[in-house]
Design a protein around this ligand. Structure first.
Ligand code: SF4
Ligand code: SF4
Length: 401
């Protein structure tokens, strides 16, 4: 096995992570973070990583967040998963398909009517059981592809140029599935006299590749993004993200997985887009000239947002909009964990994990749910029936009125 720098012997076997692991609570099939992470890590050195339990870990990071000894259990699991698939065959095509969504997104948005054809094909494929045969659940809330990528839309936006500029890393979900979130981000930043730059050489952050066990490909992507981010930071710009998983990957996981000094330096200039607005507000620089929005929203903090450790800036910033009421669902993991909940064999676990959140959303009296994470939004809508939006969309509306 490849040697890595995380020491499983830091684990004191306190079991706090077990109590905080949503998958452990949802299925008896999973032996939990303490066993699957640090305990089995010692064994894996002897058994060449032959551990099927790893497949149950969703990389939600609740174990890491709760561990008093600072053991990055999820990273141990992802490194071990990558080792496992070096010598073991995959059971379905789902991992390959879900890990390489960027390739598909590029293809679909580059051909005329590509998104209509593929979206229709996926819907028919679900009906005919083709997707199930590939390992994707028939009821999985897989995202539709947009007809035009964010990068393409961005190039048509006429921004006012300001001295203050930030570089936006859109990520695959915003680029290929929900480009309107990126457009909203530009509107919100322009309302704050900030010009947005997008580097179209950015590649997928690598998060779907890591959870799929394609670590070498993720490392290649990391090297490209780390160099590009460094280039912009060296020019004096901060870099922002609007997807919490992309943000966590660029800021934290590149360091844990690939031990890059440049990634460590880059992290000091990487921000979530709403965390950045909250900092502007603390400095008295946020444009708070919001039009009223007389509506109640229910907010879900994605696990990968909580793993950042910067609090819940969306609650703070949205509360500044007159008339707006926002309630924190505070109901743990939604169960989707990137693409985990799309898989046929994990869909029941995913729905069980998300049950508490779905009920909280349904009982909230809100008409719209909010979350920064794209796949959380898909899961929230599929589990509760409510429309789910990015908080930037609400901010953009408040600035547009
Ligand atoms: S990452 Fe999530 S699913 Fe995996 S062991 Fe940790 S808490 Fe459990
Ligand atoms: S919380 Fe940390 S120290 Fe405690 S059992 Fe889990 S990994 Fe070990």
């Amino acid at each position: 096995m490849t040697k890595h720098l995380i020491d499983p012997d830091k684990c004191t076997a306190c079991t706090v992570c077990v109590a905080n692991c949503p998958v452990t609570a949802a299925t008896r099939e999973f032996r939990g973070p303490k066993m699957t992470g640090p305990a089995f890590e010692r064994m894996r050195k002897l058994t060449d990583g032959d551990d099927v339990m790893l497949d149950y870990c969703s990389n939600c990071k609740n174990c890491d967040m709760s561990c008093p000894s600072g053991v990055p259990v999820s990273t141990l699991n992802m490194l071990a998963r990558a080792e496992y698939y070096k010598t073991h065959k995959r059971k379905t095509q789902a991992d390959d398909m879900l890990a390489h969504s960027e390739k598909m997104g590029k293809l679909v948005t580059s051909i005329p009517f590509g998104s209509s054809l593929v979206n229709m094909g996926m819907s028919i494929g679900k009906g005919l059981g083709i997707m199930e045969a590939m390992g994707i659940a028939a009821d999985a809330p897989t995202p539709a592809f947009a007809s035009e990528s964010f990068i393409s839309k961005f190039k048509k936006i006429k921004q006012t140029s300001y001295p203050k500029k930030v570089v936006f890393f859109p990520g695959c979900f915003i680029n290929y599935n929900q480009p309107e979130v990126g457009v909203d981000l530009v509107k919100v930043y322009q309302a704050n006299k900030i010009e947005v730059i997008v580097d179209d050489a950015f590649v997928c952050c690598g998060s779907p590749l890591v959870v799929g066990g394609y670590l070498d490909e993720a490392h290649e992507n990391a090297n490209k993004n780390i160099a590009l981010i460094k280039k912009w930071i060296d020019k004096g710009y901060d870099v922002i993200t609007a997807c919490t998983s992309c943000g966590l990957m660029l800021k934290q996981e590149y360091q844990e997985l690939f031990h890059s000094e440049d990634a460590e330096n880059n992290a000091k200039h990487l921000y979530d887009s709403i965390e950045y607005l909250e900092i502007l507000h603390e400095e008295g620089k946020l444009n708070t000239n919001f039009a009223p929005i007389n509506e109640k929203f229910i907010y879900h903090a994605a696990c990968h947002l909580r793993a950042h450790g910067f609090g819940l800036p969306s609650l703070e910033v949205l509360s500044l909009i007159p008339g707006l009421e926002i309630e924190n669902a505070d109901a743990g993991c939604c169960g989707i964990s990137g693409s985990y909940g799309f898989k046929k064999d994990k869909r029941p676990v995913s729905l069980k994990v998300g049950e508490k959140l779905f009920n909280r959303i349904k009982q909230s009296g809100a008409k719209t749910a909010l979350s920064e994470c794209g796949t959380c939004r898909l899961q929230m809508t599929s589990g509760s029936g409510l429309e789910s939006l990015h908080p930037l969309t609400i901010l953009s509306r408040a600035y547009s009125k």
